[in-house]
Design a protein around this ligand. Structure first.
Ligand SMILES: C[S@@+](CC[C@H](N)C(=O)[O-])C[C@H]1O[C@@H](n2cnc3c(N)ncnc32)[C@H](O)[C@@H]1O
Length: 220
């Protein structure tokens, strides 16, 4: 099945509310647990690109009170929601939420880990993301990216939606379906990494997610 693009930035308010209220605790916690298990000692100053409602940064901050996180997203309503959640959790000192859109992020560039979850499939051109990661990396930097991979057919995508979000709202289910169709296959991800000359390990971690991870050496 060919990839079918979905809108890049999630700035429709109804979509944002549906997304922010949905339960992604299993996949978000798995991402954070795996990151900590793999790179605990390297996590100090972390960047999360496409943070959405900031559930991942909040989970990471709670698990590791010594970590500082910059969480960025290009969507105004998503950023507003993320700030509210961070304040509610009392984590304003540990998590800075910033509006920003890649490519061309203007940031401090002193991150020892760059994370991203479920952003890549939103991008019309994924190389924009991998090039940005290379640009932002300084010294030895952990790269940790989790995303959906594209099922073989629309029918398979429908089945995944029903088995993992059968009880969610229609808007969330449609969003999830669109995301599965917009996602890349694992072979496409490997080809992107090869083109970007990024030596990351790619691993299927569930029936719908992969993780691309590794250490890269930035030029700065
Ligand atoms: C599916 S959400 C994932 C949110 C969060 N990482 C999570 O896993 O719950 C993808 C997010 O990426 C943001 N996004 C899409 N394109 C972007 C870009 N070029 N720059 C920054 N954020 C972007 C969207 O606005 C959206 O909030």
């Amino acid at each position: 099945m060919e990839r079918i693009l979905e809108p890049e930035i999630m700035d429709n308010k109804k979509q944002v509310i549906a997304y922010a209220k949905a339960d992604f605790s299993l996949s978000n916690q798995m991402f954070v647990d795996k990151l900590i298990a793999d790179y605990y000692s390297r996590l100090k100053n972390v960047l999360d690109i496409g943070c959405g409602p900031a559930d991942v940064p909040i989970r990471l901050a709670k698990a590791m009170p010594s970590v500082y996180i910059t969480a960025i997203d290009a969507s105004d309503p998503m950023i507003q929601f993320a700030r509210k959640q961070v304040n509610k959790a009392g984590l304003e000192k540990q998590i800075k939420v910033i509006k920003g859109r890649l490519p061309g992020l203007v940031l401090e560039n002193n991150y020892d880990a760059i994370l991203s979850k479920d952003l890549l499939h939103h991008l019309p051109n994924p190389m924009v993301f991998w090039d940005e990661v290379k640009h932002l990396a300084k010294g030895e930097t952990v790269i940790y990216v989790m995303d959906l991979f594209r099922p073989r057919s629309k029918e398979e995508a429908r089945n995944i939606v029903e088995s993992f979000s059968g009880d969610e709202t229609p808007i969330l289910k449609q969003d999830f379906y669109n995301s599965l169709l917009a996602a890349f296959t694992i072979n496409e991800i490997k080809a992107q990494l090869c083109e970007a000359e990024l030596n990351l390990e790619v691993e299927k971690v569930s029936e719908r997610h992969f993780i691309a991870k590794g250490l890269i050496r930035g030029n700065r």
